[in-house]
Design a binder for this molecule. Structure first.
Ligand code: ADP
Ligand code: MG
Length: 489
């Protein structure tokens, strides 16, 4: 599958085709109420410097203590990424000076990360899929935030984020288009949300990506990459990669070369610009943090965690396909959020699962998306949707009338049965009434009757007319049967 996709993803330049190569470093904030080494609270929306302990403020003599819950979340995530869990890992100091880093170093894992190699399967919009290798996942603490735009003469520092636990998930350079990179981040987000290890809320900054981009002639050696720092939405990831790939291609086609550098994505202009080149790369002088012992995990504890893993999206998708006969596409849409699949399964109990899937995906999710919502705040409960599908199944309403019932379900709290009763939407199966409507249409169109007798395909026109005359409430099969009989075809 990869090869065909690579072909179609090539970018055409003046000198022919180019291939984009992308690898991502995703920072996922651990869903923990306390920081990685200080126990201070973590919370979005706290006032400036309200969530700061002496450790986070880098006061001399303070000692970090590892938060076991955060370690557990890293292990869970590693297991969810089908990755190697290292029973021994170490913490290192990454030394640099910055006003929002009062310790003068960030505690991270350099040589020995807690999680090693893994692999995940990523689905594209068109239903095809590809694999992305995971190089590692390590734990590290976040830095504070410098605020440069509050005062023309001063920079403010907010240390609320200082010490917050992050999981840095590093991919292999396995992606070949901007859309594939976004699809990878989406899948990663789905997995950590299923696991409950990260909220995955990019708007709140608890998931963000450093995007590495290079270009090469198809089949050629890997090109020099540039790293675009801290991209914090799916659409920015796509835009930043598309811009950066074009920029590199233009330079190479003009006979230039790419300097390995760190760049920033400008949201307003959609361009990337140099932040620092690799020449002035910092020497971080990594060394083992003497305040923290190596982290040693017991295999039995890892197995305990493994036992508590939920059914993950790939397994859930396979089960929905096997148990309910859903297509890969439908199952794929439903598992992108655990709540969607839960809704589907609740509604599908005892009902025609394919019908439930269609209504959930096309009508409900479509409508919710239009209004900027998802299934969690659906005004139509699974039970009420199932009630409507039950009425389609037993012939009380046609699929067409169901669209109308759906609108009432959306706008009221009534059950489908109540709505059908109240608005007189019951399907007319009374053949006498249908026959009367057919006779009326035929009497008004004698020429069409003659034509249809000679050319049976024209019978469909009568079905349409009768449906119209009955306000769409006639049972289409009964209408069809009666028309056929009367035309003698
Ligand atoms: P560093 O530690 O200097 O950031 P790594 O080798 O760990 O470098 O790579 C960091 C990220 O860059 C990884 O996600 C990797 O997949 C990606 N990467 C490496 N080489 C390339 C390349 N030639 N083009 C695009 N991405 C790359
Ligand atoms: Mg890097």
């Amino acid at each position: 599958m990869n090869t065909t996709a690579e072909k179609s993803n090539l970018i055409t330049g003046n000198t022919g085709e180019w291939e984009v190569v992308i690898g991502l470093e995703v920072h996922a904030q651990v869903a923990s109420n306390a920081k990685l080494f200080s126990g201070a609270p973590v919370g979005f929306g706290a006032g400036p410097n309200e969530n700061v302990s002496f450790i986070d403020a880098g006061m001399p003599g303070m000692l970090p203590v590892i938060n076991k819950f955060c370690v557990e979340q890293a292990v869970r995530t590693g297991l969810g990424l089908n990755a190697q869990i290292h029973t021994r890992s170490t913490f290192d100091r990454k030394n640099y000076f910055y006003p929002d880093l009062p310790q003068g170093y960030q505690i991270s894992q350099f040589k020995n990360p807690i999680v090693g190699e893994g692999e995940i399967e990523v689905e594209r919009e068109d239903g095809s899929s590809f694999k992305v290798g995971i190089e590692r996942l390590h734990l590290e603490q976040d830095a504070g935030k410098s605020i440069h735009d509050m005062d023309p003469n001063a920079t403010y520092v907010d240390l609320n984020r200082s010490g917050v636990a992050l999981m840095e998930i590093v991919s292999r350079p396995d992606m070949r288009s901007a859309l594939d990179a976004a699809a990878f981040v989406k899948k990663l987000r789905t997995i950590v949300r299923y696991l409950g290890t990260c909220d995955g809320d990019m708007e709140k900054g608890n998931m963000r990506a450093d995007v590495n981009v290079s270009v090469r002639k198809p089949g050629g050696p890997l090109g020099t990459r540039c790293e675009i720092k801290n991209v914090n939405s799916m659409s920015y990831i796509v835009k930043a990669i598309e811009y950066e790939a074009r920029r590199q291609i233009e330079i190479l086609e003009d006979g230039g070369q790419i300097d390995q550098e760190t760049r920033l994505f400008n949201v307003a202009s959609g361009e990337t610009r140099t932040m620092r080149s690799k020449e002035d790369a910092h020497d971080y002088r990594y060394f083992p943090d003497p305040d923290l012992l190596p982290l040693e995990l017991e295999q039995a504890w890892i197995e305990e965690i493994r036992k508590t893993l939920p059914e993950l999206p790939d397994a859930k998708k396979a089960r929905l396909m096997a148990d309910y006969g859903l297509s890969a596409y439908d199952a794929g849409v439903l598992v992108t959020k655990g709540a969607r699949a839960d809704y589907f399964e609740a509604a599908a109990k005892g009902r025609d699962a394919k019908l439930i899937a269609n209504w959930t995906i096309n009508d409900l999710l479509g409508r919710l998306a239009k209004e900027g919502h998802d299934i969690d705040d659906s005004p139509i409960s699974a039970e009420r949707l199932a009630g409507m599908v039950a009425l389609i199944e037993d012939g009380t309403i046609s699929s067409k009338i169901a669209k109308e019932v759906f609108e009432h379900l959306w706008a009221s709290e009534n059950t489908a049965a109540e709505i059908v009763e109240k608005h007189g939407l019951k399907q007319v199966t009374d053949t006498g009434a249908i026959e009367k409507a057919v006779d009326e249409v035929m009497a008004a169109n004698p020429d069409k009757v003659e034509q249809a007798k000679a050319k049976p395909q024209l019978a469909g026109w009568f079905v349409g007319q009768v449906m119209k005359a009955t306000g769409g409430k006639a049972n289409p099969k009964a209408v069809n049967d009666i028309i056929q009989k009367k035309l003698g075809v």
